[in-house]
Write a protein that binds this ligand. Structure first.
Ligand SMILES: [Zn+2]
Length: 194
């Protein structure tokens, strides 16, 4: 598994999720399709899919243009408001990008139809997660925490994990999310300076 980070707009990120074995990839929230097209070309892989976290324009706003530019793709997302959506997903849905396993996690924190995408390789040794929490700071140049760290440290990404539910006393994902939001003020995601 290879993840390429592509800066977008003023303060956002897009990602290419690449399965190096099959040389296929998915674009995550490709709001600037031209940059995605260039990155795909550089990586010498085939773009098959789009993973959309939520419907806001700065994440889903490039979907239609990307398809115009690069042809028909399978577009995943959890909200009917997402442009060019072909496969509406729900919590627990699973699919593959090449040989990578993707699992959808419904996380209605930021918008009502927000989906996180858990990714792992066949050997289950490289867990990663894609979510909307990535914003670049205005005053310092940062790159996002590695996706693996995000999964380890960010409780919002782990809301579906049974042990975490128990820890915060949540009875299900929604309840757990509520309890985590109460604790949000004390939580700071890890960031790395370049
Ligand atoms: Zn948003």
């Amino acid at each position: 598994m290879k993840i390429r980070i592509v800066p977008a707009l003023e303060d956002n990120y897009m990602y290419l999720l690449i399965d190096e074995k099959s040389k296929t990839c998915a674009a995550v929230d490709p709001v600037e399709p031209k940059k995605i097209q260039e990155a795909v070309k550089e990586e010498n892989v085939e773009l098959t899919s789009v993973l959309t976290t939520h419907h806001h324009w700065d994440h889903a706003g490039g979907n239609d243009k990307l398809i115009e530019l690069m042809g028909k793709k399978t577009v995943y997302g959890g909200d009917d408001r997402i442009g060019a959506l072909t496969n509406k997903v729900q919590h627990g849905d699973k699919f593959q990008i090449g040989e990578l396993d993707i699992e959808c996690l419904f996380t209605p924190c930021h918008t009502s139809g927000h989906i996180c995408y858990f990714v792992n390789n066949k050997e289950k040794t490289q867990p990663a997660v894609f979510t909307e929490t990535k914003q670049r700071s205005n005053h310092e140049t940062t790159i996002p925490s590695t996706i693996e760290e995000e999964l380890l440290y960010n409780p919002f990404m782990r809301v579906g994990v049974e042990s975490l539910q128990k820890k915060v006393g949540g009875s299900d994902e929604i309840d757990t999310m509520g309890k985590l939001r109460e604790a949000k003020n004390s939580f700071k995601p890890p960031q790395h300076k370049i």
